[in-house]
Design a protein around this ligand. Structure first.
Ligand code: NAD
Length: 264
C-alpha cells in the first residue's frame, strides 16, 4: 500500500536568501546540518557553529559554510569563539540535547546543563546579534523548539522545561524586535529522523521496559496523526521560509511541523 503522506522531494520551494548571513548552532548534525545546507542553497552565507569540529569541516566542504567550533555550555567562552561573527541577518538557535529519566531520579547537574545549552545560550546569542539586526532594520530569528515546547511528555523534565522557556524568549524577542524589522519564531517538530532521536530510541526502550523495535510505533508516533518520522530536510524547508522577506508578517508564533500531534 502506498503511504498517503510520502516524504516530499527536497528543496521544492524557490527561496532567495542571497546577501544574507545566517548563524546556525548545532550545525554539525541532524536538523542544524540540514538547515545550514538549505540556507546556503538559498544563497545565504552561513556561519556554522558546533562543539564538534569534524562534522563542521565536512559541512564547510559541502556548502561553503564558515565553521566555528564552540561549546555552548560554556557561555562566556562560546561568546569569545564567536567574536567577529555577530553581524548576521539570520540566527537559528538549534543546538540541543536530550536526557530521559523520571523526575525523582533526574540528575540535577544534567537539568542545569540542558537549561544552559538550550535556553541561556540562545539568549546570549540573541543579545549579541540584535544590535546588527536593529541597525540593518531587518532580522530573522528562528528557534528550534519542539512539540515539547507546547506539550509535555513524561521522563523529559529538563527538555520540556527548556523548550517551554525558549518559547517565552522567542515571543519576547518578537515583541522587542518588531519595531526594528526583526521577526522571531519557534519551529516545533515532532520526532525527526536524526542521531538525537536514534539515541532516544535506546533510552526510551530502557525507561519504558520495551524492546527498541517497539519504541517508534508505541512511544514516538502515538500522538501524531501522520505515522512516520519527519525528515530533517522538511524542517529545514520551513526554517528557510521563515528567513525570507515573504515571511515578514510571521512573528511571535510557534509553527508546528508535527504530523498533527498538537491537534489533540
Ligand atoms: P542532533 O543530535 O542530530 O544534533 C544536535 C547538534 O547540536 C549536534 O551537532 C551537537 O554536537 C550540537 N550540540 C549539542 N550540544 C552542543 C553544545 N553544548 N555546543 C554546541 N553544539 C552542541 O540533534 P537534532 O535532532 O538535529 O536536534 C536539533 C534541535 O532540534 C534540538 O534543539 C532538538 O531539541 C530539536 N528537536 C529535535 C527533534 C527530533 O526529533 N530530532 C524534534 C524536535 C526538536
Amino acid at each position: 500500500m502506498t503511504t498517503p503522506h510520502p516524504v516530499p522531494p527536497h528543496q521544492v520551494v524557490a527561496l532567495d536568501l542571497r546577501g544574507r548571513t545566517a548563524l546556525v548552532t548545532g550545525a554539525g548534525s541532524g536538523i542544524g546540518r540540514s538547515v545550514a545546507g538549505r540556507l546556503a542553497a538559498a544563497g545565504a552565507r552561513v556561519v556554522a557553529v558546533d562543539r564538534d569540529a569534524e562534522p563542521l569541516e565536512s559541512l564547510a566542504d559541502d556548502t561553503g559554510a564558515v565553521p566555528v567550533v564552540a561549546d555552548l555550555s560554556d557561555l562566556d567562552r562560546a561568546e569569545e569563539a564567536l567574536e567577529g561573527h555577530w553581524d548576521v541577518d539570520v540566527l537559528v538557535n538549534n543546538a540541543g540535547i536530550q536526557h530521559v529519566a523520571p523526575l525523582d531520579e533526574f540528575p540535577a547537574e544534567r537539568f542545569a546543563y540542558i537549561q544552559t545549552v538550550m535556553v541561556e545560550a540562545p539568549f546570549r546569542l540573541v543579545r549579541r546579534v540584535l544590535p546588527h539586526m536593529y541597525s540593518a532594520g531587518w532580522g530573522r530569528i528562528v528557534n528550534i523548539s519542539s512539540v515539547h515546547g507546547l506539550r509535555a511528555s513524561p521522563f523529559k523534565a529538563a527538555y520540556v522545561t527548556a523548550k517551554h522557556a525558549l518559547e517565552g524568549l522567542s515571543k519576547t524577542v518578537a515583541l522587542e524586535g518588531a519595531p526594528h524589522g526583526v521577526t522571531a519564531n519557534c519551529v516545533n517538530p515532532a520526532y525527526v529522523r536524526t542521531p538525537l532521536v536514534e539515541g532516544q530510541i535506546r533510552a526510551q526502550a530502557a525507561t519504558h521496559g520495551i524492546p527498541e523495535s517497539e519504541v517508534v510505533e508505541k512511544i514516538m508516533l502515538t500522538s501524531a496523526a501522520i505515522k512516520r518520522l519527519i525528515e530533517p530536510e522538511e524542517v529545514a524547508e520551513l526554517v528557510a521560509y521563515l528567513c525570507t522577506d515573504a515571511a515578514g508578517f510571521i512573528t511571535g508564533t510557534s509553527v508546528a511541523i508535527d504530523g498533527g500531534w498538537t491537534a489533540h
